[in-house]
Design a protein around this ligand. Sequence first.
Ligand code: DOR
Length: 453
Amino acid sequence: MNVLIKNGHIIDPSLRIDGIGDILIEDGKIKEIRIQNIVPPPPHPLPQREGESLKIPYPSRGEGKGGGKDSGLRTIDATGLLVVPGLIDMHVHLREPGFEHKETIKSGTMAAIKSGFTTVCCMPNTFPVNDQASVTEFIIRKASQEGYCTVYPVGAITKGQRGEELAEIGTMRNEGCIAFSDDGRPVMNSLIMRRALEYSKAFDVPIISHCEDLTLSEDGVINEGIISATLGLKGIPDEAEQIMIFRDILLAELTGGKLHIAHVSTEGSVKLIREAKTKGINVTAETCPHYFSLTEEAVKGYDTNAKVNPPLRTKRDIEAIKEGLKDGTIDIIVTDHAPHHMDEKLREFDMAPFGISGFETALSLSLRLVEEGILSMSQLVKNMTLNPAIILNIPKGTLRQDTDADVTIIDVNREFKVESEKFVSKGKNTPFEGWLLKGCPVLTICKGKIYEW
Ligand code: DOR
C-alpha cells in the first residue's frame, strides 16, 4: 500500500528540513516530500526548502487522524504531529540466541517499533556470543523472518568476549556486522584493543567500547559515594570508566581507528571526549536516557531495576552529560535496552543482573531535553537519526527520496503513565515505573509498513 502523510511537522536534519509538509511513500520507499510552511526557526536554524502541498496522485478516501484506508493509497492526517525519519537505536540487547526468556528478536523488535525505532543494532553478548559468521547469519535470518524493524548485528571484538583473541572481524563484517564491541565486558588488553582499532580503520567500522577498568570496578554494583557506603554496597568509581576512555582515545590517536564510546555516565568522561574531539581524534560517543534522567538516589531501597552498568551517577554528572549533548560532545542517544527476566531482577542487589529495559521510555525521556531547552527538537532528532547513521555508515535516518520508507510520527503532547506490565518488551525492568511522561510515537512506518496504536 502507498501512503501519503499530510500536514505533519517534518523534521529531517539530513535534508535540513524543518517545516509543515507532506510525504508520499510508494512501494516501501520515500517518493517525495513537500514543505508548505516553514516552522518558526528553532534556536539553531537550518536552511529550509519550500514547496507546494503534494498533489495526491491517487483518489483518497476516509481521511482522518490516524489515517484512512483504501486499496491504493492510505492518507494519514498528521496535523499537529511531528514526522521524523525512523529512529535508530545503535545499542540494544535482543538476547537471542540463548536468552529467549529475557527477550527475543521478535519481542524486542516489536517493542522497538512501538517506541519509534525502525533500526536497531544488537549487541553480541548472546549465547553463543556473536563472535562468528554463523551467529551473525542466524541473527540476520531470524530478524528478516520474525523482526518488525531493521536489525544490524554488532559482532564481538574478541572470541567469546573473553578479551584474549580477536574474533573473525573481517568475516563477520562480510556477513553483515556493522560494528564491533565486547559490550557488557571491556577489552582489558590494550594490545588487543589496538589491533581492533587497526581493523576498524581497515574495514571502516566503529569499535564500540564499553569503558570499564575491571581491576578498579572489581565487584562494584552502584556508583561509589555516600549512597554506596550507606547502603553497604560496593561502589564503582568514575575513574573506572574514565581510565578506559583515556586509554581508548590514546589508542584511537595511535591507530587512526574509529572509536565509539558506549553509554557515557560521568562528567570526567564528557571532558575527556570533548578534549579528544578538539584534537581531531576520530571518536564519537553515546549516552542513554537513564544517565540524564536519574541519579544514584534511584537505588535507595535496593531497587534492582536501577542497577545498571555503568551505574547511575550524580546530579553533577547529569548536568555534564546534558552539556555534552548540547555542545555535540555526545553525538547520540541510545537506549542500551537490557531486558532481564523478573526472577533475575528479584534477586539480592549484589546478585541481580545489570540493565534497564529502555525502549519504551526512551523517546519521552529524551523529549524532556527539548522541554528543558537543552536541545532543539532538530538537534534531538539528529541525535536519534542522522548521527547514528553517519557513525554506522548506513543508508538510514533520512527521508531522502528512494530510501527505505522509515518514518516515525510523534505526538509530543500525548501523556502516559509508565506501566511496565504494558511493555511490549519481555523485560519489565524499568526504574521509571509510575512516572508520568509526555510525548510518544503514535505511528511508526518501517519500509513502508505501518504500525500504529
Ligand atoms: O547494564 C547493562 N546491561 N550494561 C551493560 O553493559 C550490559 C547490559 C546487559 O547485557 O544486560
